[in-house]
Design a binder for this molecule. Structure first.
Ligand code: 4NP
Length: 149
C-alpha cells in the first residue's frame, strides 16, 4: 500500500499544486501517492495558476497537467497525511473531521519547530515574487517530508 499524502490550500490553483509537484519530484512514486485539493471550490477543473506553472517550470517541474478539485471529508479517510498551507486551511479541514484519528493526520506544512514562518502565504493577489517565496518555503518543507516518508 502506498503512503497517501494530500497537500491542501484554499483555491488548489497556487500553493497546493506546487506542493504536489515539488513533493512528487522528491519521493519514490512507487511507494508514495501525492495529490492536492482546495478547501474552496472556486476553480474546480482548472489548471494551476499560470504563475505557479511558471515558477515550477523555472525549477524544472511541470505541474501544468494538474486539475483543481475541492477537499472533501472523504479525503480524511482516504489519505494518511494531510498538509495545510495555512492556519485557515487547517481549521477548515479539521472542521470536516469526525475522529481523533482523522485529526491526527492533519498538519501545517511548515510545522517543524525551527520554521520561522508557520504559514505558506496566499500569493494569489500578489506579484511574481510571492510565487518564488512560496516555492522556497514549499521546497524546504518537502525536503524534510521526503526524508520522513
Ligand atoms: P491558493 O491561492 O489557495 O494558493 O490556490 C488562491 C487561489 C484563488 C483564490 C484564493 C487563493 N481565490 O480567491 O480565487
Amino acid at each position: 500500500m502506498k503512503t497517501k499524502v494530500l497537500m491542501v490550500c484554499l483555491g488548489n490553483i497556487c500553493r497546493s499544486p506546487l506542493a504536489e509537484g515539488v513533493l512528487k519530484s522528491k519521493v519514490d512514486l512507487s511507494s508514495v501517492f501525492v495529490d492536492s485539493a482546495g478547501t474552496a471550490g472556486y476553480h474546480i477543473g482548472k489548471a494551476p495558476d499560470a504563475r505557479s506553472i511558471a515558477v515550477a517550470k523555472k525549477h524544472g517541474l511541470d505541474i501544468s497537467e494538474q486539475g483543481c478539485r475541492k477537499f472533501t471529508a472523504q479525503d480524511l479517510d482516504d489519505f494518511d497525511v494531510i498538509f495545510a498551507m495555512d492556519k485557515s486551511n487547517y481549521k477548515n479541514i479539521i472542521r470536516l473531521s469526525r475522529s481523533k484519528g482523522q485529526r491526527q493526520k492533519v498538519h501545517l506544512l511548515l510545522s517543524n519547530k525551527d520554521a520561522i514562518e508557520k504559514e505558506v502565504p496566499d500569493p494569489y493577489y500578489g506579484g511574481e515574487d510571492g510565487f518564488e517565496h512560496v516555492y522556497q518555503l514549499i521546497n524546504e518543507a518537502c525536503n524534510r517530508i521526503a526524508k520522513e516518508l
